[in-house]
Unconditional design. Structure first.
Ligand SMILES: Nc1ncnc2c1ncn2[C@@H]1O[C@H](COP(=O)(O)OP(=O)(O)O)[C@@H](O)[C@H]1O
Ligand SMILES: CSC[C@H]1O[C@H](OP(=O)(O)O)[C@H](O)[C@@H]1O
Length: 406
């Protein structure tokens, strides 16, 4: 193709058929559009004869969730395919393999993970994933440490930061996560039953001051190549395996943002079970599991990060006693703060999460949403007091009214 053209199922199939490296001439291809995200088209294409299948993801010139009135850069497809390649080289097996990237069509052809489940859905069905925390802690530590100034020569890191300047996508996060929810913005929407809580948040100058500081960190703190949208819809899982998808928001940003967004989305699932799981024993058991998952993600991340710091650092100053402890404490504070911001924006901003949206009874949904807002505010306001991950999970237990042994 010489010119960008948005695909439909038929055109995607024709495009795939021409790729002789993927399919032979006799292939009998079938194509389905399976995208469920806010931004892009995702086609599943399979050869009915061999069973071979691929995913073709194409960026639209606008945000799918809003329509053509919200134009959006096609460069996000480049960012996504290049980030996937880097993540694959640093942490092989944790992202789908990239088979082909077409800059004109803004599309990436990648490994089909249809045998995996989007993590968010698994958590909604109260599935437990025995290896998930270890996998994702490792992925976070490796992708974040090995793209940072600790592992790359400073000039190379700056070149990478330039390669991953992602101003339009960052602007979306700046607005949707750190700004709009705190004003009467027309992009906001929320359950009318929580209006009082939303007004209190908008009137809380102390909270908004802390959000403003976190926003500044997001704007300026180019610590590592972060995924940039690391929620449970960007992770696909089986009981045995874990894959990370959709890094189109990648840029050089604060490490705690990725960890915080993940923690927030696990906590949004936690809150959603107020509506989804009426049996209180079943609910508290699963909520306890989710909190232990957060603790394990952090401890696996921390262990791996310390290990890389000791063995892979190229920065002379990392030998200074106490530096790594100080650094990780600051990442943990950021994690708490960014988790809080992500939780609040998913309740009162533009982009909600299916975890809570699928609670049909608005009163029950409001219960989960109020809980998420309370946790979110406390995480932002109290992040300075956090010394270890257990300080976060015990605070959540307290807010949710769970006993310490739950
Ligand atoms: N490599 C893949 N294999 C299988 N399904 C995928 C793959 N990538 C995406 N999907 C499916 O498409 C959906 C949307 O993909 P995603 O990358 O999150 O799109 P968006 O950028 O629009 O959010 C995912 O929730 C998942 O169901
Ligand atoms: C108009 S973009 C809203 C929202 O969508 C993105 O998520 P995803 O691509 O996973 O659907 C991102 O979280 C943005 O903030």
């Amino acid at each position: 193709m010489l010119q960008y053209q948005a695909l439909n199922e038929y055109r995607a199939l024709i495009y795939a058929r021409k790729r002789r490296d993927l399919f032979v001439e006799q292939s009998q291809l079938v194509c389905r559009e399976i995208g469920d995200g806010n931004l892009n088209l995702v086609f599943h294409i399979a050869d009915q004869i061999t069973g071979k299948s691929i995913i073709m993801k194409q960026a639209l010139t606008y945000a799918r969730v809003v329509g053509e009135s919200w134009p959006l850069t096609l460069d996000r497809a480049r960012i996504e395919s290049q980030a996937l390649l880097i993540q694959h080289s640093i942490c092989p097996g944790f992202v789908p393999k990239v088979y082909h990237y077409d800059p004109i069509m803004a599309l990436t052809i990648m490994e089909d993970l249809s045998s995996y489940l989007v993590m968010r859905k698994g958590l909604a069905s109260r599935v437990q994933y025995p290896h998930f925390s270890r996998h994702i802690g490792r992925f976070l530590a490796r992708t974040l440490f090995l793209t940072s100034d600790f592992a790359l020569p400073s000039q190379e890191k700056k070149m990478r930061a330039a390669q991953f300047m992602n101003p339009e996508m960052c602007k979306i996060s700046e607005n949707l996560i750190f700004t709009d929810p705190y004003f009467d913005s027309e992009t906001n929407r929320f359950n009318l039953l929580i209006t009082d809580a939303v007004i209190k948040i908008r009137d809380n100058d102390q909270l908004k001051l802390e959000v403003a500081k976190l926003k500044e960190g997001f704007l300026t703190h180019a610590q590592a190549l972060i995924h940039g949208d690391f929620h449970t819809g960007s992770i696909m899982v089986t009981e045995e395996d874990t894959k990370v998808i959709d890094p189109e928001f990648s840029f050089y940003g604060p490490i705690g943002f990725d960890i915080g967004v993940l923690v927030a989305n696990v906590l949004l699932s936690f809150a959603s079970h107020e509506g989804h799981t009426p049996d209180s024993q079943e609910r508290t058991n699963y909520q306890a599991y989710l909190l232990s998952m957060i603790e394990e993600i952090w401890s696996c991340f921390e262990k791996e990060f310390r290990d890389l710091w000791e063995k892979e650092s190229k920065e002379q100053m990392t030998v200074i006693p106490g530096y790594v402890d100080d650094y990780l404490l600051q990442v943990l504070e950021d994690t708490a703060g960014y988790a809080g911001c992500e939780m609040m924006r998913r309740i009162i901003g533009l982009a909600h999460v299916p975890d809570l949206e699928s609670v049909e009874d608005p009163n029950l949904r409001a219960k989960g949403e109020q809980l998420a807002l309370s946790i979110g505010q406390q995480l932002v306001l109290e992040r300075w007091q956090v010394q270890g991950i257990n300080d976060i999970t015990s605070r959540v237990r307290q807010i949710a009214g769970l006993g310490m042994n739950q």
